[in-house]
Design a protein. Structure first.
Length: 203
């Protein structure tokens, strides 16, 4: 089948996940010092920003990947659904990181859960890239050579989250910082792979 319906599903899941992130921002009830109470909830804003940037980068890179896909089969649909499963879950560990990640005895568990979710998401993203790399018949011919690079980039990002899990067992705060640095790194080192794919597919 053509990729049109899959495009619609992907965009819908990303849009809902990004919208759900904002619902967990603090809303102090009956506050007499609203500015103070809002500022005291800074971990919520940090968690929201890191997750929003991460999901946004994933959407950009996944959109670049899909721009070269000319047809999909059941196996690729299954792999995409697994990826979307973890995208849709991201608001949950984000909320827990905001609630327990700062000065809580449960910060370690929250940090492990957050990094583990990102690790699973990253691996599922790599699986999608890898599947297309070894099934070039699903991809526009001029873009096929770019998929190996996309797979390497996705796997590299995923494996750094494994380091964040290990660090969380010792220092939850350092683990959360690494999560943020991963988002910053991928935001600043915008992959040329999606652009190459788009240009190749259109050419």
């Amino acid at each position: 089948m053509g990729p049109g319906r899959l495009h619609a599903l992907i965009d819908g899941v990303f849009a809902i996940a990004m919208t759900l992130l904002v619902l967990d921002l603090p809303k102090p009830a009956d506050s007499t010092r609203l500015a103070h109470d809002l500022l005291a909830q800074w971990p919520s804003y940090a968690a929201y920003l890191v997750s929003f940037v991460t999901v946004g980068i994933l959407w950009i890179e996944h959109n670049g990947m899909m721009s070269a896909v000319v047809r999909v089969n059941r196996r690729f649909l299954e792999r995409t659904l697994i990826f979307l499963l973890f995208i849709s879950i991201i608001p949950w560990p984000t909320a827990l990181a905001a609630q327990y990640g700062h000065g809580s005895s449960q910060a370690g568990a929250a940090a492990v859960l957050y990094a583990a979710t990102m690790l699973a998401m990253g691996i599922s993203f790599w699986i999608s890239w890898r599947y297309l790399a070894v099934h070039p018949e699903l991809v526009a011919e001029p873009a096929r050579g770019a998929f190996a690079g996309g797979a390497r980039r996705a796997l590299t990002g995923a494996l750094v989250y494994a380091i964040a899990i290990a660090i969380a067992l010792v220092s939850p705060a350092a683990s959360f910082v690494l999560d943020g640095l991963i988002a910053v790194y991928f935001a600043l080192t915008r992959s040329e792979v999606p652009g190459l794919i788009q240009r190749a597919a259109s050419g």
